[in-house]
Each structure stands twice: as C-alpha cells, then as structure tokens.
Design a binder for this molecule. Structure first.
Ligand SMILES: [Zn+2]
Length: 192
C-alpha cells in the first residue's frame, strides 16, 4: 500500500511539474504585473522572463540570422542570460539604475530579480513597486535598444538610455502619486 502511495504521490508531483513547465511562478508574476509599471514594460518583462524574446541565438539556430553575436556588445552569443545580465552594456545600465534607487543587489536572471523584490527587498510597499517598475523598464529599454541595434545598426550611449529610463520611471511614479504614501517614502521619491 505504501509503495502504491509513494508511486501515486510521485505521479501527482510529476503531473504538477509537467503543468508548471515553462509557466511563470506566481510570486514573480505578481511582481511583474504591478500597477505602477507601464503596460509595454510589463509585457516585454513577461515575455523576457519566460525566455521567449527572439534573441539572436534562436534566430541563428533557425538559420534566420547568419551570426549569433550580441547586437549591443558584439562580444558574445546573444541569449537572454547574456543580453540582460552578462552584456557590458546592460550591466552598466542596470548598475547605474540600482545606484539611483539605492539598491546593492546583483543577480543573474529576471526571475531572481522579481523574486528578490517580492521576498527579500526590505523597502516599503511603495519602494517595492518602484523597484519592479525600474527592473521592468530596464528590461524593456535593453530590448528596445537591442532592436534599434539589430534593425538600424545604431547603439545609443548607456548614459543617454539611463537618463531616458529615469525620466520614464519618475513620470510613472508621479502619475501614481496618492495620499496614502508615507512622508518617508515621499522624501525618498522626491530625492530620485
Ligand atoms: Zn552583449
């Protein structure tokens, strides 16, 4: 009987794992779909977190592109992991954005980012929303600039993209401004 139970439990677990294969974890799904982020940023972050953007490693694999080099740095294969976390271009953009929002945390995947914001980041609820907005904006901007580089062979300077990203995020924060924000949070936002 116990053998049957073990087998039975194992098969339920297998079915569950099979169902969850490639499906986003609820924890980071909530973080991505937070109200403050711009819809187009959420959408690209959502596709990116599932590694479903058409990066050059895939295009090369299906003979759509003759090479798999990263559009932004040209140094390595353009995969999701490279484009968002190992590329010198993206690393610099994300590093500067994190300094801007006072965060000292580095990771190697989009999933980990959102998981960390939800579970380990010690900031207030508002600051968590802002962090999610910043990360989604960074992913969107990296992907957008990658596309400009791919289609127009033009790579914008990181500081230009940084300034643009800060402007977009700040605008978004101001649009979501409400009376429930604490004075500490308001001071923090004003200093951004
Ligand atoms: Zn690169």
């Amino acid at each position: 009987m116990s053998q049957w139970n073990n087998q039975h439990n194992y098969s339920i677990k297998s079915v569950y794992l099979k169902l969850m294969e490639g499906k986003p974890n609820v924890q980071w799904a909530k973080a991505i779909w937070n109200r403050m982020s711009l819809p187009k940023h959420k959408f690209i972050a959502w596709i990116g977190i599932q590694a479903r953007l058409k990066t050059k490693d895939k295009l090369y694999q299906f003979n759509i592109n003759p090479d798999d080099r990263c559009c932004l740095c040209g140094a390595e294969t353009e995969s999701h992991a490279h484009l968002f976390f190992n590329c010198v271009y993206s690393k610099e953009l994300i590093k500067k954005l994190l300094i801007w929002v006072d965060v000292n945390y580095a990771t190697r995947s989009i999933q980990q980012w959102f998981r960390w914001i939800r579970s380990s980041y010690s900031g207030s609820k508002l600051r968590k929303s802002i962090m999610c907005t910043v990360i989604a904006a960074a992913i969107y901007q990296i992907w957008r600039n990658r596309n400009t580089a791919y289609w127009l062979s033009k790579v914008y300077n990181v500081d230009y993209v940084l300034k643009d990203t800060k402007y977009i995020v700040k605008n978004r924060i101001n649009m979501c401004n409400n009376a429930k924000w604490s004075s500490v949070d308001i001071r923090w936002v004003d200093a951004l």
